[in-house]
Design a protein around this ligand. Sequence first.
Ligand code: GTP
Ligand code: MG
Length: 344
Amino acid sequence: DTRDPTSLRTPIVAVLGHVDHGKTSLLDKIRGSAVIEGEAGAITQHIGATAVPLDIISTIAGDLVDPDDFDLPGLLFIDTPGHHSFTTLRSRGGALADIAILVVDVNDGFQPQTLEALDILRRSETPFIVAANKIDTVPGWNANEDSPINDTYEAQSDRVRERLDENLYEIIGNLSDEGFSADLYWRVQNFQRNVGVVPVSAMTGEGVPDLLTVMMGLSQRYMKEEMEIDVAGPGVGTVLEVKEEKGFGTTVDTVLYDGTIRSDDQLVVGGQNEPIVTDVRALLQPRPLAEIRTESRFEKVDEVSAASGIKVAAPELADAMAGAPVRVVRDRDLDEVIAEVQAE
Ligand code: GTP
Ligand code: MG
């Protein structure tokens, strides 16, 4: 490995919001694949991780993102389900995230899981922006595929613009009621103090260039130091899901947020009763732009560095728990690592 020992990892972005407000569609638009069509029913039952490299972000954002202005490698998106019964998946996603997108249907406005997501973000102190989604459903909307918001805004009639503005200001008002000072993103100077609202359509791609630009800018500006990791160090992550996998037995879908995990590493994983000490049998990684739950797209890899979503196959994982810590032992004292896992 010829990389600098400290390097900048990919920020982890949780996508949160009320059921059907368009979280999966938005990611789907970004990655340009049809994960949504493979979903059972309308509910997202799993958390998936999607790595979007900087050059793809730059392609989508067009003139808005010059890759030379950024040294973060891209963004790692975690989709979460909006259905009310999946509170733990949402909290887990929120707790893991460096930054978040709260998706709000611009016509439907604030709903119970919007408020719940805000609570999660408030408690975990995760910086976020609001994607005011489905702008194409404003009656009379004149769609301009994949266009930046400013261009498409100018192409609307006064009536349509007023209608959209009304809905956007209602969302800004709701955020204010919840104690978040917010404004349309192009008016926000300091994204640490104010929440930027980005009008988008996951259907037409309008505003998606803006959304990615704001996310990259926010990460670069405010998270750069937090993204500095010892990339070759022992891996640290969190279990998103425990799953049986044909040919591999029990596996843990893990988001790695620090260091590296190798296919010959010893691991300590949080278990239902006590920490599990085990050896990696296989590391299964989604290809770039693929989704962790689309099994056919896995490839066996020798090592993975943060941040990534990976499936770890290892013996003894039957007692592993979603939300539990995963730590690589490598040349450290096993008892110390066990103690760290117990303390989390
Ligand atoms: P859960 O995972 O169940 O919480 O829902 P979700 O937030 O992931 O919503 P999803 O992306 O599944 O979208 C719900 C429905 O809204 C689908 O029928 C989408 O096609 C539709 N939809 C999403 N975004 C847009 C949009 O920008 N415009 C329009 N017109 N429809 C949209
Ligand atoms: Mg979904």
